[in-house]
Design a protein around this ligand. Structure first.
Ligand code: IPE
Ligand code: IPE
Ligand code: MG
Length: 229
């Protein structure tokens, strides 16, 4: 395959509907969603993708029931806790974007530990967006710049101070479950991303679905405001 994205950003949507369809509690949908993350990581490595970012918890997801939120946090904590060797064996670097302070201490501890233990890995960077919202990120960035007493700022100042300053902008954004919206994910960074909205619910996502997305991406013509080559 040719013309592959360097960075894929994924809005993992449809876990709740996947569970509801089976008469199961929503958190079992999230649990199943983790298996889809693992399949996607393997597929990304297979297709030589360098960066994959997963939208795992938005700044708006706090509106959900406490039971669901706590369930998501436990799943994430256990996922990170059980996997340091897995990430190192597969040479995956773990990073995060988003503001971690409201999260439970045990989750923050596991995340920091995993980030520290995987910092030298190079094959694939997996970034988790946690308590992440594009509007919140921009607001935090502007406040950071205000503290530097700058009289005028450039877009470079902004992009270098975003949570994503270690990432190239996403080339391809995939949102599963058939919803056609971005829900406050990396709004600035997606200025020129190719968007793809497959119907598949996130827990059913797999290598075949990623391959389909890559095929569609490879046929898109990106112009970045210029003219057809
Ligand atoms: C996405 O699945 C996962 C998170 C937001 C954490 P949802 O939980 O939004 O699933 P649906 O949209 O209700 O099906
Ligand atoms: C977006 O999904 C957030 C994540 C996938 C973490 P939501 O399910 O929260 O988005 P809306 O509410 O349908 O826009
Ligand atoms: Mg949803």
């Amino acid at each position: 395959m040719y013309n592959l994205p360097t960075h894929i950003a994924i809005i993992m949507d449809g876990n709740g509907r996947w569970a509801q369809k089976r008469g199961l509690p929503r958190n079992l949908g999230h649990k199943e969603g983790i298996k889809a993350v693992e399949r996607t990581l393997d597929a990304c490595i297979k297709f030589h993708i360098k960066f994959v970012t997963f939208y795992a918890f938005s700044t708006e997801n706090w509106k959900r029931d406490k039971e669901e939120i706590d369930g998501i946090f436990s799943l994430l904590r256990d996922y990170l806790k059980n996997n340091p060797d897995y990430f190192n064996k597969k040479d995956i670097k773990i990073k995060h974007i988003g503001e971690l302070s409201p999260f439970p201490e045990d989750l923050k501890k596991e995340l920091t530990k995993t980030e520290n233990q995987t910092t030298n890995n190079e094959t694939l960077t997996m970034t988790l967006a946690l308590n992440y919202g594009g509007q919140d990120e921009i607001t935090r960035t502007v406040n950071k710049l205000l503290k530097e007493n700058k009289m005028e700022i450039t877009y470079k100042d902004i992009s270098q101070n975003l949570d994503t300053n270690f990432l190239p902008d996403p080339d391809l954004v995939i949102r599963t479950s058939g919803e056609n919206r971005l829900s406050n994910f990396m709004m600035l960074q997606m200025a020129y991303s190719e968007l793809y909205f497959p119907k598949v619910l996130w827990p059913d996502f797999n290598e075949k679905e990623l391959k389909k997305a890559l095929k569609i991406f490879s046929k898109r013509e990106r112009r970045f405001g210029g003219l057809k080559k």
